[in-house]
Design a protein around this ligand. Structure first.
Ligand code: BES
Ligand code: MN
Ligand code: ZN
Length: 495
């Protein structure tokens, strides 16, 4: 997809489709007025008859235009002028792109970016537009045998800004947005695949493929013998019941001086979570194929970073395996020794994410990272606490939490700062090992984060619990691509 920022007169802009906003009561937008003038007052007449789309997201396609640069006008309702904010901007553009997708237009110019959208600037308008275009083009890699619907025809998308001086910022936004949606697409593709396709080996191959695509990456994949040599007893206890071999994926991105300490991203890569011997209930168990979205999102973020050639160093570590019950599976009460040397009593084999993450978090120490962020679909308790709108954000460093929170706000991919602490970690006391892997129902997302904090002492570390935000259920079932926008925003602003 080619993405451009343009300025200048709307009526002379040559394109196969001009996307033009209309406010409530038929009030025309900037571009609407321009087109109306050139078309002999046609839009005003439509407004008078009540035939213009005015409700947010309603659309009207006016094909076969003459006398203007655009072949089609796609009018889209923006709702009330004072209510036009980020959400409305994204929603109106998404509706327009859905309608555009039913035509065979290969190019389009959106004039929605000429309006006064509260809480935005030209950079935001570009970035959000690119993300919406990327989302509109996205297709689930389904395994349906029926004929595939035709591929989207749109190849060139532009946004118009009012002032020539805003073009640079808008173009930068479009470019960053393109990087973000390229990363999100990888995340969604991997997470949407079924567990029998997207195995740990499949994820490892996807990582190697990234290494072939970008010369800035160095990819290493370790198998179980090497994982054993690293003494990752906690990680290995999770894969013990599975026939699929576990993998530890390590990718280094170099975009800055060799001496600059890297940011480390660690992603939970459980390609299917049955709960193990502490077997889960059947309802919605299929959704546990999404339990590798943490891994998919750090790989997606890495792809965005490589695509955008960000001037940072980055390390991505993904421990990946299945959590299965079998004769060789870990049992409740088993005690395992983590790579850190700390012992863990596995009271519940369904609290497996923390068991693979703790060893990966110990492993990243060898890179002497400036910052470590792990991303995981870690707890159902986080979904109870925050629902599916915000990710849980936990950190042992308030400054880092503030930065990540701000990144989420800028990226429209919000997180909420939750506590961790000794009181919660104390709930993990065990009579048989240094700690237990669960601590009862109360504050489940916090005790999980506090478990991880026992392995990140001395590191500047944050944990994102994306159990509620990583995928949608019901008829919309599928991976959202979150928190790639938050993470890429954080890294775009990383100094
Ligand atoms: N992958 C799940 C968490 C999860 C559950 C994410 C539902 C999204 C939706 C995780 O491995 C898990 O099973 N956690 C347990 C922890 C409990 C045993 C302490 C949970 O949340 O029930
Ligand atoms: Mn589990
Ligand atoms: Zn899990």
């Amino acid at each position: 997809m080619q993405l451009f920022a343009v300025s200048g007169s709307a009526v002379t802009q040559r394109t196969e489709c001009a996307i033009v906003g209309v406010f409530e009561k038929g009030e025309l937008s900037h571009a609407g007025h321009e087109f109306d003038g050139k078309l002999g007052g046609k839009l005003s007449r439509l407004a008078k008859h009540g035939d213009l789309p005015t409700k947010l997201g309603d659309v009207l396609l006016l094909p076969e235009q003459k006398g203007i640069g655009a072949e089609r006008l796609l009018l889209v309702g923006l709702g009330s002028k004072s209510g036009l904010g980020r959400k409305q901007y994204r929603r109106a553009l998404a509706a327009a792109l859905t309608a555009l997708g039913r035509t065979r237009a290969t190019s389009a110019v959106s004039f929605l970016s000429q309006e006064d959208v509260s809480g935005t600037d030209d950079y935001y308008l570009g970035r959000a537009a690119a993300e919406v275009v990327g989302a509109a083009q996205y297709r689930i890699p389904d395994l349906k045998t029926s004929k595939k619907p035709p591929k989207p025809t749109l190849q060139k998308f532009s946004i118009a800004v009012l002032e020539r001086s805003g073009k640079t910022a808008a173009q930068k936004g479009l470019d960053h947005g393109q990087g973000i949606f390229t990363g999100m697409t990888l995340t969604r593709d991997l997470a949407n695949l079924p567990g029998n396709v997207c195995t740990p080996t499949y994820l490892a191959n996807a990582a190697k493929e990234l290494g072939r695509q970008y010369r800035s990456l160095k990819v290493q994949v370790f198998g179980e013998p090497e994982i054993r040599k690293l003494k990752m007893g906690s990680f290995l206890s999770v894969t013990a019941g599975s026939d699929e071999p576990a993998k530890l994926i390590v990718i280094e991105y170099r975009g800055a001086d060799r001496n600059k300490a890297p940011v480390a991203l660690v992603g939970k890569g459980i390609t299917f979570d049955t709960g193990g011997i502490s077997l889960k209930q059947p309802p919605a168990m299929d959704e546990m194929k999404f339990d590798m979205t943490g891994a998919a999102s750090v790989l997606g973020t890495l792809k965005a970073v490589a695509e955008l050639k960000l001037p940072i160093n980055l390390v991505v570590v993904v421990p990946t395996c299945e959590n299965m019950p079998s004769g060789s599976a870990t049992k409740p009460g088993d005690v395992v020794t983590s790579m850190s040397g700390q012992t863990i009593e596995v009271l519940n084999t369904d609290a497996e994410g923390r068991l693979i993450l703790c060893d990966a978090l110990t492993y990243v120490r060898r890179f002497k990272p400036a910052t470590v962020i792990d991303v995981a679909t870690l707890t159902g308790a986080c979904v109870i606490a925050l629902g599916s709108h915000l990710s849980g954000l936990f950190s042992n460093d308030d400054e880092l939490a503030v930065s990540l929170n701000a990144a989420g706000l800028r990226a429209d991919d919000r997180a909420w700062h939750m506590p961790i602490g000794e009181e919660y970690a104390d709930q993990l006391k065990s009579n048989f090992a240094d700690m237990a892997n669960v601590a009862g129902r109360e504050g489940g997302a916090i005790t999980a984060a506090s478990f991880l904090s026992k392995f990140t002492q001395g590191l500047k570390w944050a944990h994102l619990d994306i159990a509620g935000t990583a995928w949608l259920s019901g008829s919309q079932k599928g991976c959202t691509g979150r928190p790639v926008p938050l993470l890429v925003d954080y890294l775009l602003n990383y100094r």
